[in-house]
Write a protein of this length. Structure first.
Length: 292
DNA sequence: AATTTCTCCTGCAAGC
DNA sequence: TGCTTGCAGGAGAAAT
């Protein structure tokens, strides 16, 4: 499942399309696309029989030259340089691929045909992801300003300030993109394990020393995962734009390891649902809060 | 206002 | 072998 390291790996692997011109765009699944004027939450979540609006010419960068690739948290922006941008959420199973072959694949939803013959494809089996057509830089800034700071550079005092007034489990707060942008279920469990913090502890109980360990763990783990090209799980769902898998899954200490020994103390890792997400932790290293 | 629950969707694994 | 069932989960909307 793509989180910050996977999205950053996708961004880097897409760099070879900077400078290319988009000749034409094919929308195969309108529901994976949101253009200005679509209902809140995107066309796919509209109630009733809402007729999809046509996609305005140029909204998907057709005719434009790709100038920049940016990322904030788990969101990727492909910009044309004149302010128009494509904002891409990978959701659970979303992929952006550069292909030489024109052959369509199952779950291809949007295809950008470049003037040099390559194709950039948004493919998403589970369709939790999508592409947002943004008309100008203000639209992109509005979306990204609504998110917390990028997790790769979070500092301890900022993190603590953001958690201080929250009566949720720390796990829920870390998954909230308005608190911190980029952490999902894998890296939340990895960071909490490294920082020795129980996932059910109240966010407001995080003290300065906890925040110091947690912010440091988040930055260190995310950077290591970026360096490894992200986490490709056994199901193989994730790979970058060139099809390369990431190797960080071999270094997971908590995620997916319930029932296995803790890498730090050998005690068997346990698992339960916290904040509506399967969570794995070490009952010795990450001490439980009183009422759990 | 803050927090939790519901919902979307498909592929895969386990069980019979 | 082929069916059913359960599970995985990001994040917006709806409910509490």
């Amino acid at each position: 499942m793509p989180e910050l390291p996977e999205v950053e790996s996708v961004r880097r692997s897409l760099l070879p399309i900077v400078g290319a011109r988009v000749e034409r765009v094919a929308v195969r699944t309108r529901r994976s696309l949101v253009v200005p004027g679509d209902p809140p939450g995107g066309f796919s979540r509209a109630r009733g029989d809402v007729k999809p609006r046509p996609v305005p010419r140029g909204a998907l960068l057709d005719g434009a030259t790709i100038k920049r690739l940016d990322r904030h948290g788990k969101q990727l922006a492909i910009g044309s340089g004149d302010g128009r941008a494509l904002l891409i959420h990978l959701g659970m199973t979303g992929r952006v691929e550069i292909r030489d072959s024109p052959r369509a694949q199952t779950h291809d939803h949007v295809v950008w045909a470049l003037a040099d013959g390559r194709r950039v494809v948004f493919n998403d089996a589970r369709r939790f992801g999508g592409v947002w057509a943004l008309p100008d830089t203000a639209a992109l800034h509005a979306r990204w300003n609504a998110l917390g700071p990028d997790a790769l550079t979070i500092d301890a005092s900022d993190l603590r300030e953001r958690l201080r007034r929250s009566a949720r489990p720390i796990k829920a707060a870390l998954l909230d993109q308005a608190v911190l942008a980029g952490v999902g279920n894998i890296y939340a469990d990895e960071s909490l394990h490294a920082a020795r913090i129980h996932p059910a502890r109240l966010a407001s109980s995080i003290r300065a020393d906890d925040a110091e360990r947690l912010a440091g763990a988040i930055r260190r783990i995310l950077q290591a995962a970026v360096d490894a090209g992200g986490s490709t799980l056994r199901d193989g769902t994730y790979s970058d734009a060139s099809g390369a898998a990431g190797s960080y899954a071999t270094r997971h200490a908590a995620y997916g390891r319930a029932g296995e020994p803790c890498t730090r103390c050998d005690v068997t890792l346990v698992s339960d649902v916290i904040a509506q997400r399967t969570s794995v932790w070490c009952p010795r290293c990450q001490r439980a809060p009183r009422c759990v």
